[in-house]
Design a protein around this ligand. Structure first.
Ligand SMILES: Cc1ncc(COP(=O)(O)O)c(C=O)c1O
Length: 420
C-alpha cells in the first residue's frame, strides 16, 4: 500500500487543504484539531491539557475564551451593522487610529489599516518607496516579515523562497550588527527603507539594544532612508512595553525612532485579522495626498468595522488589565527563575513575553527533543527554525495574562523535559 506521502496524502482528512500538515502533526503527536482553550491552557480533543506558551503565534494576548472579550465582541456584532461599506470611513477607524496614535505618544499622525502582517509590512514599504522615490529595501538575515510575495523575499531566510524561480532585484540582506555593510548599501542612495524587528520572533528573540537601534536610525536618517519597525509580533505589549522600540529603549537615545511602526498580531486578541502602519503626515501624503489618490492603496477588508471594534475592545482590556506591565514582570520572573533553577543549562533571550530559550554555552541540549518532551509534559512551545528537527531554540510567546502559577508550572515541566 502506498504511504500518504506517495499517494499525495489522498486519504488524509485534510486532503483538500494540506494533507502533509496532518502527517507532520501526527508524527509529532501534536494534532490540536478540535482543541478548546481556556485562559492560558488548551485542552486537546484527546483530553491532553497544555499550558499555552505560544498564544497563537503571539495573537491571543488575552488568552483563550476571555469572558469579557467574548461578551463585548458579541455585543458589538449584535449592535453594529458590520458589512463592508465601500464608500465610508468607518467611525471606529477614527477611534482605533486615535488610540494607536495616543499609545505612540503622538509620535505619528497617521494610521493605515490592513489585514495581515505581511500586507502591512509591504504597505509600509510602498509608502517608503513613494515618499523617497527610491527602489530598494534592506532587511536583516534571520528576520521574518511574512509570506506574501515581496515579504517572503524580505524575510531573511532562504527556506521560504528557495522553490521560487524568480526573485526581485531590489531586496538586500545584511547581518544585524554589520553596520559597515549597511552603510555601504545606504551609500548607494537607492535604499527606500530598512526594515527591522526590534525584538524578533522567529530568530531566537534576538533584539536590538537602545544603542544599536539608535545607530541604525541615525544611519537611515543621514541617508534619507525610511526606517520601518516591524512590530507585527513584538508590538502592543508582547515585549513588555506598548511598542518594541520602547521595550529596547530606542527612544531613550537621542529620541531615536523609526519612521513607521507596523503592528498586527496582538491587536485583536487572535479573533480577526487586522494590521496597521503608524506613520507621519509626510510619508502618508506621498501616497494619499490628493483626492484622486484617496484609494490608491488599500484592500477590501482593510479597516473593516468588525476588526476596528475588536481592536478597540482588545486594547481596552490590555490597558485595564495592566497586561503590558504584567508582560514585563512575568518576562523578568521567567528570566530569574531560569537563571536560578537551570544552572546555565538554558539561556533566555528576548523582552517581556517575546522570549526564546536556547541551550547554555557549554551544554549539548537538543531543543527539538526538549520541545517534544515539553508537549508530553503539558507545555506548548515552538522551535524557531523552519525545520524543527534542526532547531536550536524554542519560542515562548504566552498570553499576556500569564501569571506566577503558570511560570512555576513552566519551570517544573522544563525540569522534567531536561531529565529525559
Ligand atoms: C515580525 C513579523 N512580521 C510579519 C509577519 C507576517 O504576518 P502575517 O502572517 O499576519 O502576514 C509575522 C508573522 O509571524 C511576523 O512575526
Amino acid at each position: 500500500m502506498k504511504s500518504d506521502r506517495e499517494s499525495g496524502g489522498a486519504s488524509s482528512r485534510f486532503a483538500s487543504v494540506n494533507p502533509y500538515w496532518e502527517t507532520f502533526l501526527d508524527e509529532l503527536g501534536l494534532d490540536m484539531t478540535g482543541a478548546r482553550g481556556d485562559g492560558c491552557y488548551i485542552e486537546a480533543a484527546d483530553g491532553h491539557v497544555l499550558l499555552d506558551c505560544l498564544a497563537g503565534f503571539g495573537t491571543a494576548n488575552l488568552g483563550h475564551a476571555h469572558a469579557t472579550l467574548s461578551a463585548r465582541f458579541t455585543d458589538a456584532l449584535q449592535r453594529t451593522s458590520l458589512n463592508v461599506f465601500p464608500f465610508e470611513c468607518a467611525e471606529a477607524q477614527l477611534a482605533l487610529a486615535d488610540r494607536l496614535l495616543s499609545l505612540s505618544s503622538r509620535r505619528f499622525q497617521k494610521v493605515f489599516f490592513a489585514t495581515t502582517g505581511a500586507e502591512a509590512v509591504e504597505s509600509a514599504v510602498k509608502f517608503a518607496m513613494t515618499s523617497t522615490g527610491r527602489s530598494d529595501v534592506v532587511a536583516f538575515r534571520d528576520s521574518f516579515h511574512g509570506l506574501s510575495m515581496f515579504a517572503s523575499f524580505m524575510t531573511g531566510n532562504p527556506f521560504w523562497t528557495e522553490a521560487l524561480p524568480w526573485k526581485p532585484g531590489n531586496v538586500n540582506h545584511v547581518d544585524a550588527g554589520n553596520f559597515a555593510a549597511l552603510e555601504d548599501m545606504l551609500a548607494s542612495r537607492k535604499i527606500a527603507a530598512v526594515v527591522f524587528e526590534p525584538v524578533a520572533g522567529s530568530s531566537a528573540a534576538q533584539h536590538w539594544t537602545a544603542e544599536t537601534s539608535a545607530r541604525l536610525a541615525g544611519l537611515c536618517r543621514s541617508a534619507g532612508t525610511k526606517l520601518i519597525a516591524d512590530e507585527v509580533y513584538c508590538g502592543l505589549g508582547r515585549a513588555g512595553a506598548w511598542f518594541g522600540i520602547d521595550a529596547i529603549g530606542m527612544r531613550d537615545v537621542a529620541q531615536a525612532a523609526p519612521d513607521m511602526i507596523v503592528v498586527s498580531k496582538g491587536l485583536t486578541g487572535g479573533l480577526v485579522p487586522l494590521s496597521a502602519v503608524l506613520m507621519n503626515d509626510g510619508d502618508f501624503d506621498a501616497v494619499f495626498g490628493a483626492p484622486g489618490k484617496a484609494k490608491v492603496q488599500g484592500s477590501t477588508f482593510g479597516g473593516n468595522r468588525l476588526a476596528m471594534q475588536c481592536g478597540l475592545i482588545v486594547l481596552d482590556l490590555v490597558e485595564s488589565g495592566r497586561l503590558v506591565d504584567n508582560s514585563a514582570a512575568m518576562g523578568a520572573l521567567i528570566e530569574r527563575r531560569i537563571a536560578d533553577r537551570f544552572d546555565g543549562r538554558l539561556t533566555l533571550h528576548g523582552k517581556g513575553l517575546a522570549l526564546s530559550l536556547t541551550p547554555g554555552a557549554q551544554w549539548d541540549i537538543n531543543m527539538a527533543d526538549v520541545w517534544l518532551a515539553l508537549i508530553d509534559a503539558g507545555v506548548l512551545a515552538m522551535p524557531n527554525a523552519a525545520s524543527p528537527r534542526s532547531s536550536g531554540s524554542l519560542r515562548l510567546s504566552p498570553p499576556l495574562i500569564f501569571g506566577v502559577d503558570e511560570v512555576e508550572f513552566l519551570m517544573d515541566r522544563l525540569d522534567e523535559a531536561l531529565q529525559e
